[in-house]
Design a protein around this ligand. Sequence first.
Ligand SMILES: [Mn+2]
Length: 329
Amino acid sequence: MIDPAALQQIQSIIQNGKRFLLTTHVNADGDGIGSEIALSHHLRDLGKEVHIFNHNPTPENLEFLDPRNDLQLFEAQKHGELVREMDAVFILDISDWERLRDLGKLLRALPVAKVCIDHHPAEDRMGEVDIILPEASSTGEIVYDLLIKLDARLQGKMVEALYTAVLTDTGSFRFSNTNSRAHEIAADLIARGVKPHHIYQEVYERQPANKMRLLGQILNNLNFSKDGRLVWFTVTQAMLRATGTQPRDTEGFADFPRGIDGVELCLMFLETEKGQTKISFRSKGRIVINGLANRFGGGGHPYASGALVDGPVQEVVPRVVAEAKEFFA
Ligand SMILES: [Mn+2]
């Protein structure tokens, strides 16, 4: 439930502002991008000027949401001045300044109205208005509720974007965050014109063959422990080079081994270009793992978390696996 006072504040921020900036976390996903697109359409319907700045190029499977190329790659040099001219900022699907990189630094110091909408358990206070609802399936769910309350005209790309947000963040309505609200919203969006098979094809059935080859290698080399309840794998830069893939192609891979009977916890270790280790923690729902992610400087949801650790995979993997094993005691 969106707090009525927060809703009123947002209404006045929108009413009083002319130029709006929208952003989301690094490695923007369907939820972040879907939320940006939906909200941007509403603001434009009201005659507002909208700029959407992200930190990475839009993943190919989400490009269908942005036929006009509204999503821009933020460059501090090029866009700094424009950002300073904004009347208000919407920060979506993230409540951590660090994960807004250079743009975060700039925004944090900027004396403009900031609205943060997120469903991750929050660390920082981000804006004048923070709508942080960890019980929501997705940021898309909160943005949908907000847009309904704002009497937005929900149609076209807006409904596709919201559907994509809920669909992707619930793992196609499979994960533990899938709630009745997510289904109700999906049903309403379908009634408003979304074609589920169309969205599914765009999001999930246009993957590059190279990505599947990389996945094949990974599935062939899974490591098991604790009687098959703990599974982990490593993706090295060498594997990416050999298959002609990018780090972003590993999106969703951490969820694959969940399909194996008996698996309770899956860890994916991704070697970054700079030699750090990016960890994805996925639990099937018995073990709460954001505490484990916290120990390595990360965070997230109880059953889906992440961390970025300074240190090479060879060193980080054994350390994290050893600590993960303690969760099975
Ligand atoms: Mn999300």
